[in-house]
Design a protein around this ligand. Structure first.
Ligand SMILES: Cc1cc2nc3c(=O)[nH]c(=O)nc-3n(C[C@H](O)[C@H](O)[C@H](O)COP(=O)(O)O)c2cc1C
Length: 160
């Protein structure tokens, strides 16, 4: 069975709550899922996953230093994540505060790894976003993101 790894950072719980909704979505898509705080995630976790979903609060318009440090460490496995599916999500403090740029910054890192990114034509296009504590609509988007990534991972596996 394919598996998806969710890696997130969260100080006050908002991004963590989003990560749980993403996890629910992946499960409902029928794919195994492991959800880890970034300080517990390893490069081996990245190598073993068919899909990788990153979540970070928005700090000064981009991802938290903890997530950036993890991505910088991933240079050790550069080239080995090619073809895996990726997506991102972010929680920010206010509209216009940079949630989309944060989601995109993480997407850029996944693209540099050669990964295939799941976007969303209807909801948050670049990754799921929330302002503060995720409300019902934000959680719904997170679940949909998880489900979409699960579906794409399954489709790619059955095609190979
Ligand atoms: C160091 C720091 C920098 C922040 N910078 C921004 C920012 O640039 N834009 C924004 O919208 N919110 C910013 N925030 C607010 C957080 O993104 C927001 O509170 C978020 O929901 C926290 O997520 P968490 O509960 O998962 O830790 C910042 C918070 C901190 C602690």
């Amino acid at each position: 069975m394919p598996n998806i790894l969710i890696v997130y950072h969260s100080r006050s719980g908002n991004t963590e709550e989003m990560s749980k909704a993403v996890e629910e979505g992946v499960k409902s898509g029928g794919v195994k899922v492991v959800r880890k705080r970034v300080n517990r995630a390893t490069l081996k976790d990245l190598l073993g996953a068919d899909g990788i979903i990153l979540g970070s609060p928005t700090y000064y318009g981009t991802m938290a230093a903890e997530m950036k440090a993890f991505l910088d460490r991933s240079v050790k496995i550069h080239g080995k994540l090619e073809g895996k599916v990726g997506a991102t999500f972010s929680s920010g403090g206010g509209l216009g505060g940079g949630v989309e740029t944060t989601a995109l910054d993480m997407v850029k890192s996944l693209l540099i790894h050669g990964m295939i990114i799941q976007g969303d034509p209807w909801g948050s296009h670049y990754g799921s976003v929330s302002i503060g504590k995720p409300n019902a609509a934000a959680k719904k988007e997170c679940r949909r993101l998880g489900e979409k990534v699960a579906r794409l991972v399954k489709r790619l596996q059955s095609a190979s």
